[in-house]
Design a protein around this ligand. Sequence first.
Ligand SMILES: *[C@@H]1O[C@H](CO)[C@@H](O)[C@H](O)[C@H]1NC(C)=O
Ligand SMILES: *[C@@H]1O[C@H](CO)[C@@H](O)[C@H](O)[C@H]1NC(C)=O
Ligand SMILES: *[C@@H]1O[C@H](CO)[C@@H](O)[C@H](O)[C@H]1NC(C)=O
Ligand SMILES: *[C@@H]1O[C@H](CO)[C@@H](O)[C@H](O)[C@H]1NC(C)=O
Ligand SMILES: *[C@@H]1O[C@H](CO)[C@@H](O)[C@H](O)[C@H]1NC(C)=O
Ligand SMILES: *[C@@H]1O[C@H](CO)[C@@H](O)[C@H](O)[C@H]1NC(C)=O
Ligand SMILES: *[C@@H]1O[C@H](CO)[C@@H](O)[C@H](O)[C@H]1NC(C)=O
Ligand SMILES: *[C@@H]1O[C@H](CO)[C@@H](O)[C@H](O)[C@H]1NC(C)=O
Length: 491
Amino acid sequence: MFKEKEGSYSGIPKFAPRKKVGMLLLCAVSLAVFLWVLFVDKDAQELDPSISNRLFPPEAGQKDNSTNIESVERTNVGQSASTVQPLLLPSPPPPPRPVYFKGYTLPPGNPCEGFTLPPPPADKKRTGPRPCPVCYLPVEQAIALMPDAPSFSPGVSNLTYIHEENSGKPEFGGYPSLMQRNDSYDIRESMSVHCGFVKGIGPGHQTDFDIDDSDIHEMESCRGVVVASAIFGAFDLIRQPKNMSEHAKKTVCFHMFVDEQTEVFLRNSSELDGTMRIGLWRIVIVHNLPYDDPRRNGKVPKLLLHRLFPSARYSLWIDAKLELVVDPYQILERFLWRKNASFAISRHYKRFDVFVEAEANKVAGKFDNASIDFQVEFYKKEGLTPYSAAKLPITSDVPEGCVVVREHIPISNLFACLWFNEVDRFTPRDQISFAIVRDKIMSKTNWTVNMFLDCERRNFVVQGYHRDILEHWPPPPPPLPPLKLFILNPL
Ligand SMILES: *[C@@H]1O[C@H](CO)[C@@H](O)[C@H](O)[C@H]1NC(C)=O
Ligand SMILES: *[C@@H]1O[C@H](CO)[C@@H](O)[C@H](O)[C@H]1NC(C)=O
Ligand SMILES: *[C@@H]1O[C@H](CO)[C@@H](O)[C@H](O)[C@H]1NC(C)=O
Ligand SMILES: *[C@@H]1O[C@H](CO)[C@@H](O)[C@H](O)[C@H]1NC(C)=O
Ligand SMILES: *[C@@H]1O[C@H](CO)[C@@H](O)[C@H](O)[C@H]1NC(C)=O
Ligand SMILES: *[C@@H]1O[C@H](CO)[C@@H](O)[C@H](O)[C@H]1NC(C)=O
Ligand SMILES: *[C@@H]1O[C@H](CO)[C@@H](O)[C@H](O)[C@H]1NC(C)=O
Ligand SMILES: *[C@@H]1O[C@H](CO)[C@@H](O)[C@H](O)[C@H]1NC(C)=O
């Protein structure tokens, strides 16, 4: 881009006599100064006090320190370039400069600032994973801190998705070749990648994973925060989110994807009527599931929410076995905005090495051994190494993926697409493919994933039991570690 400008600048003297060039430069300089004043002034006005005062009013004991909140400080990548621009292209005013969320720090004295987890209290009876305290801001403050601009997307700014015409028999994920796969990890400003829904008209529209037009319309018009989950095979009960603020109830799109089998079950148990709502959830029926394996089908809404909700800014995925008990705005504030992150996921409570995780998957019979071995060998050849402290600040290679918190910006969308493509190509065990995708992207950009503690995740989602367990063991069984739950899972 800069090169182009240089070109047009050096081109001027060829066509204009010197005096005119002088005049032109003079005009350009004054225009530049004018524009600079205009923009800097505008920035200054937009800058701080309003929101921070709204959030942390002086009477709340913060006084001037509240200006430490920088949430409204807009960055402008390439500011120096655009102040030069008028010099080079005097006639058209520069296009509006992109504005990005720049992050913020909590004011000193805020109870959540410097909050450290107290060690979980000793309890000999319960040695399994447990929740730990998380310092959320009060819900009104979290809501007010919602950034009014997206985060900067390093490496890629224009992400488009490959659509394959119905030549032959394109499947849901398409058939990205190994070369296309390799190419998709070569992060560039403008990229086109496979990301499911490769055939048909648009996501959910004759692509398999088909959704009624009225639902698609509703999903496309969701512009803020999405909370989504899915039940395929009538395997789970619907769990209502608890403790939601009135604002969340009004503004957050709660969508539960179910297949036809689950629909029949819900209608028969008279939970579902013509309103297609159960409590806060809007129930979305999915037809023509793309895969035979329900675990793969579940990855479609889990990883491709940015395709199903193309206008949404933030999404929270929760597995159906989980009950959400904290307001989504508080979760987004705590794990994304305050951390300046666009993708957050918890790490597994005790495993952090892909090789160890793969072995545990084999022992637990999660997928056939040969496919797991093939995938791990493939990654090893690509450079995946066992986890060690040398990878710090990366704290784990193994996520507990039952919750995904993200902002929909090109780089986090790309990560989700490429992760989905691994699940499509190899086994559906997404905890095996997470690290290789993350590390390949991180080798090209300074983008990172916020991996938080499993005990923090357990603070905002409470694990329930799958339906078969609930129905066959009428008195609630003693808490089981999640692994055992999965062994009982007939899928
Ligand atoms: C921040 O607050 C402390 C006391 O709470 C005060 O001493 C200090 O001057 C304040 N800083 C600013 C920049 O107002
Ligand atoms: C947040 O990240 C952006 C780049 O994405 C950076 O410019 C900014 O300084 C960061 N803010 C904080 C508070 O770390
Ligand atoms: C990340 O890289 C981008 C350029 O790709 C740069 O503008 C930004 O300042 C970097 N952020 C940090 C935190 O290093
Ligand atoms: C984004 O990429 C697509 C496909 O590569 C291209 O057609 C489009 O012009 C690009 N848009 C911008 C704004 O660069
Ligand atoms: C993969 O892509 C990289 C560029 O990102 C290139 O240097 C490399 O040669 C490619 N490898 C293969 C096997 O295509
Ligand atoms: C509907 O529920 C009744 C009991 O309430 C049960 O006997 C019947 O098998 C159910 N039908 C279907 C299709 O699930
Ligand atoms: C709702 O929030 C309150 C306070 O944050 C908490 O004590 C309570 O356990 C929560 N409700 C549920 C169902 O978790
Ligand atoms: C798969 O591998 C695990 C551990 O390596 C082993 O315990 C299990 O018996 C194997 N399963 C089959 C079907 O061979």
